[in-house]
Design a protein around this ligand. Structure first.
Ligand SMILES: C[S@@+](CC[C@H](N)C(=O)[O-])C[C@H]1O[C@@H](n2cnc3c(N)ncnc32)[C@H](O)[C@@H]1O
Length: 302
């Protein structure tokens, strides 16, 4: 089903067409958006340089002919190349904070973003970190675009934040985002393998969203996810190769009272079987259940 630019007058018309087109084409979602409506709204609003959080205020706004043609071309590109919208717009947001993205990095979507901005860090009631200003040093392992390191600099106002990324291409994108973040004076990026560039350092908080897709799921990845760097996804046979390496090394890098916040996808049962001595504390978000754990230094006997 193709459309002519003259058929689609308003943003609502364009949204309706894009949703039909995406659904008809059987696209896959989950790279910063959760379905066809969400993806179409993001693609349209970001392409028009409008705030991406709510399409309703603009729904009845008429599009210029040039805008209609440009949007139709993007919608077709989304379908024909099966590229996630964020790679077409070169932008993604976590908690309203914009990040440059392109195919050198995975599209930012870590559940850790939502957790960092939740009451778990400095809120009323139950918290993991009651006073965010008490955090002096943070490490973001496997930092990709640098998104979690930058969010950490935002949430922990006194923290010096280190980020480590193995891919030189991803590190280029992180450097760009760090420069634009307004926190460059507190952020340091290292290129290297997990803890190797920070071998002697200790932290109050270690964040990580490592590659954790298992071999079976890697084989079955929809085309959209094949645009992302394989090394950002591939976690080995059961998805937990890198998580195990992190768990082996993390006790040497946490200050007393510190903690590790780690996203692992669906591997909870395997991890609990492998590490019966570790008292993982599992966290849920709006879109996930038990895919992120928290472990404090004392659980490793520190
Ligand atoms: C799932 S992505 C997460 C990126 C970013 N933290 C985010 O949440 O969007 C994992 C990242 O880890 C990097 N990576 C893979 N193996 C690594 C290693 N051994 N040491 C450091 N980074 C690694 C990948 O290049 C990729 O950028």
């Amino acid at each position: 089903m193709k459309a002519h630019a003259d058929d689609l007058i308003s943003i609502r018309d364009m949204l309706r067409f894009a949703v039909s087109r995406f659904t008809e084409a059987g696209l896959a979602f989950g790279q910063g958006t959760t379905g066809a409506v969400d993806e179409a709204a993001f693609l349209i609003l970001e392409s028009l340089h409008l705030p991406v959080d709510d399409i309703n205020p603009w729904a009845d706004a008429r599009l210029t002919k040039a805008e209609r043609e440009a949007l139709l071309a993007r919608i077709e590109e989304r379908v024909s190349k099966r590229k996630p919208a964020a790679y077409l717009t070169r932008k993604a947001y976590i908690q309203g904070i914009p990040f440059h993205v392109d195919e050198r990095v995975i599209v930012p979507r870590s559940f850790i973003g939502e957790l960092l901005f939740s009451d778990l860090f400095g809120g009323e009631g139950f918290t993991l970190v009651p006073d965010p200003s008490s955090i002096g040093r943070v490490l973001d392992l496997c930092s990709g675009s640098g998104c979690l390191a930058i969010l950490a600099a935002h949430v922990f106002p006194n923290a010096e934040v280190d980020a480590v990324e193995l891919s030189p291409q991803a590190a280029e994108v992180a450097r760009l985002n760090i420069a634009e973040s307004g926190y460059a004076d507190r952020l340091r990026l290292y290129e290297g393998d997990l803890f190797q560039p920070v071998a002697k350092e200790r932290y109050d908080l270690i964040l990580t969203n490592p590659p954790y897709v298992d071999a079976e799921a890697m084989e079955a990845l929809p085309p959209e996810f094949r645009h992302e760097p394989a090394m950002a996804l591939d976690g080995g046979e059961d998805g937990l190769d890198i998580v195990r390496r992190i768990l082996a090394e993390v006790p040497r890098h946490l200050n007393p009272g510190g903690g590790l916040l780690c996203e692992i996808g669906r591997g909870r049962e395997i991890l609990e079987d492998d590490y019966p001595e570790l008292d993982f504390f599992w966290l849920d978000t709006a879109e996930s259940e038990g895919e992120v754990f928290w472990l404090t230094a004392d659980k490793f006997g520190r």
